[in-house]
Design a protein around this ligand. Structure first.
Ligand code: MG
Length: 390
């Protein structure tokens, strides 16, 4: 079990919950923390956990924080270089990658190159650069431990005994469960006038705002399908999404003999976070146990991809491969941001994504620099059209 970690994105939803898990576990030392702009919370974390390095993505916020923590030994760094220092901190054996967005990609790759195990919560890392990341991880012999509840569930279903995974050739398919989000059962006319406030109310999970919107459009599941493809080296055709509104089964593995192993529990991110931190050990966890006499119904249905087009776009991107998933991811990031700011409507999110995907010249087998260039291209492509009816 690792005892020394760095956290990329310690002030976000996953970062703060990871620190709560670390409080409960009591034996882990936090060497480095980082934030995008939330220096108030980062200052409290610095005073509590006494990291050696703290990085702030925003340069001016970094200089404000530097003044505020002058009384402490912590080194406050800024920008992407700062995040890379957090990711490659010599003392850390593991990096919790919980930055939201593509900004997490480079620091995570640097952490792998530096031989750190990764507790991976940043979806963009695998969605945009799955091939590069998994190849690098295999070469360095580092573990990519999923923090996302679905991937943690699949990972747990694949464990035969301590630190030994089954062979993937024994697996028939992966079944990712989806709660269906706040608009489950609704049709497109009803989705026309959805406000950001309505879309942010998730029925089962308490999450950050970007992922809550992704959950409402089903793009979150689409990104998870692509993540699962890379993480478990699985053909996209062998990854199925099933709507399961109660969020009790977090995902399943069907083996070649049609035996299905499911991982269950009440929805609480602390469990997958803790399993990534303590793997291959299981320790007591501060979550409520699941009582089947209280949860007597678990139901399943097929996802409605005619209504929620983002899921179909994600499958399409995964099949096409190359840099198309990067375009999908970035266009989604931009469109969700615009929706949250009231600049575009809920259903425009998928329209903008499709628009960018259709205009992209796919690059097969991209390198990191290609991915970053495509990221900028997709942003520019959409900026030109904001406000237009596309
Ligand atoms: Mg998830």
């Amino acid at each position: 079990m690792v005892r020394n970690i760095s956290i990329l994105g310690s002030t976000g939803s996953i970062g703060t919950q990871a620190l709560e898990v670390i409080d409960d576990l009591k034996y882990i030392k936090v060497w480095a923390v980082s934030t995008n702009t939330n220096i108030d919370l980062l200052e409290r974390q610095i005073r509590k956990y006494k990291p050696v390095i703290a990085a702030v993505m925003d340069e001016s916020a970094a200089s404000v924080l530097r003044q505020r923590v002058k009384d402490l030994a912590v080194k406050v760094l800024a920008g992407l270089d700062g995040l890379i220092q957090v990711a490659t901190m010599p003392e850390a054996e593991m990096v919790v990658a919980s930055v939201v967005g593509i900004v997490g990609l480079i620091p995570t790759v640097e952490a792998i190159k530096a031989g750190k195990h990764i507790a991976l919560a940043n979806k963009e890392t695998l969605v945009t650069a799955g091939n590069i990341v998994m190849k690098e991880a295999r070469q360095k012999g580092v573990l990519i431990l999923p923090v996302d509840s679905e991937h943690s569930a699949i990972f747990q279903c694949l464990q035969q005994k301590e630190s030994m995974c089954v062979s993937m050739s024994d697996v028939n398919k992966l079944i990712l469960t989806a709660s269906g989000g706040p608009f489950l059962g609704k049709k497109r006319p009803a989705l026309q006038r959805i406000t950001p406030q309505e879309a942010l109310k998730h029925p089962k999970w308490d999450m950050g705002s970007k992922i809550s919107i992704d959950s409402a459009t089903l793009m979150n599941k689409g990104l998870e399908v692509i993540e699962a493809k890379w993480l478990f080296d699985m053909d996209i055709e062998k990854i199925q999404v099933v709507i399961h509104p109660q969020s009790i089964i977090h995902s399943m593995v069907e083996y070649v003999d049609y035996s299905i192993i499911a991982q269950m529990g009440l929805p609480d991110m602390k469990l997958p976070i803790q399993y990534a931190l303590t793997y291959p050990k299981r320790l007591t966890c501060a979550v409520k146990p699941l009582d089947f006499t209280e949860h007597t119904q678990i139901t399943f249905k097929e996802p409605d991809i005619d209504t929620f087009g983002c899921l179909a776009l994600a499958y399409k991107a995964a099949k096409l491969g190359g840099t198309i998933p990067t375009v999908l991811n970035v266009a989604n990031e931009v469109a969700v941001d615009w929706f949250l700011k009231g600049k575009i409507k809920f259903l425009d999110i998928e329209a903008y994504i499709e628009y960018a995907m259709e205009r992209h010249n796919n690059i097969k087998d991209p390198m990191l620099k290609d991915i970053l260039e495509v990221d900028s291209w997709a942003r520019a492509c959409l900026e030109e059209r904001i406000g237009d009816n596309i």
